[in-house]
Design a protein around this ligand. Sequence first.
Ligand code: COI
Length: 369
Amino acid sequence: MTSSTIAITRSASPLPDDQRETILDNPGFGKYFTDHMVQIKWTVDRGWHEAELVPYGPITMDPATNSIHYGQSIFEGLKAYRRVDGSIATFRPLENARRFQRSAARLAMPGLPEELFIEAIETLVTVDQEWVPDDIEKSLYLRPFMFSTEVGLGVRPANEYLFLLIASPAGAYFPGGVKPVDVWLSKEYVRAAPGGTGEAKCAGNYAASLLAQAQAIANQCDQVVWLDAIERYWIEEMGGMNLYFVHGSGDSARITTPPLTGSLLPGVTRESLLQVAQDLGYAVGQERINVDQWREGNASGDITEVFACGTAAVITPVGKVKSTDATWEVGAGQSGPVTLQLRDELLQIQHGSRPDPHGWMHQIVAPTA
Ligand code: COI
């Protein structure tokens, strides 16, 4: 299948402008969806075929569809931004296309060609461009996903899959916006073990996180922090986001993030921030950090700020850390200056009010004259 083969069937009843504008005023996260979606089928005989943009709507599934039972289901998340020159662009979509292929490979699913992934995004964003909000704190969240559609209960890689792309206007991911979150260090549950699926963006990783997240909330925290599966000592991630540590302050601050050991998700925002921080003149490093080093670093003042990053919430400061045997504050429990500077820099690049020296923005709709 070549690109430019996505057939377009427009909705006969798109949401009226005034109702869409009301949603865009206060979209929340993942609550409202645009007028269309893209779907592409895969079968073992035909490969990828029937690529279509169609009106957004429910899909019907046989109760024995095997992804419901055995979880061959992967997804991605990226955003389209309305920029200061009136253009619309997405951020590093090729990175998402590549990670989607790696996730597919890990779950024994077929890889969607990168150009088809990008074309699906370009097609949906172009047709539903009125849904891209005009505000630096808002964007159109794009959710590509794929699951097996073969009917049958045999445990083996399926012979049929469906790729779907849906879009949802997004404001702040966390209800408090950029307010610091309190985190719970989970020693009872792990997110990922060596050789497991931690590097893949698969549905099961998120299902398996929910009980630990519920424990975090039961301990008056907002989010769970994952430790490594073997020693339960090395810091890995926070919820569905990567973590960053700021050592020192001012121009001499050094910014570190745990290395990708195989059990962490290789976040596009994580990777981009290593570069943005360097561009701003900070020293950066990918360094392991354990629970004691985190606590002692905050006590001695070496660690001044900690934040989590991901596509959905961008950058979220960490305010307080709790575990079964200790509780401590990060900095003064406030959003730190380096955290806020990095957040601002990334958002400004994405929204076109700062230069894009690495060519990260992928324009989909041309600037207004
Ligand atoms: C992200 O940080 O973008 C995520 O992966 C969270 C998402 C599952 C809502």
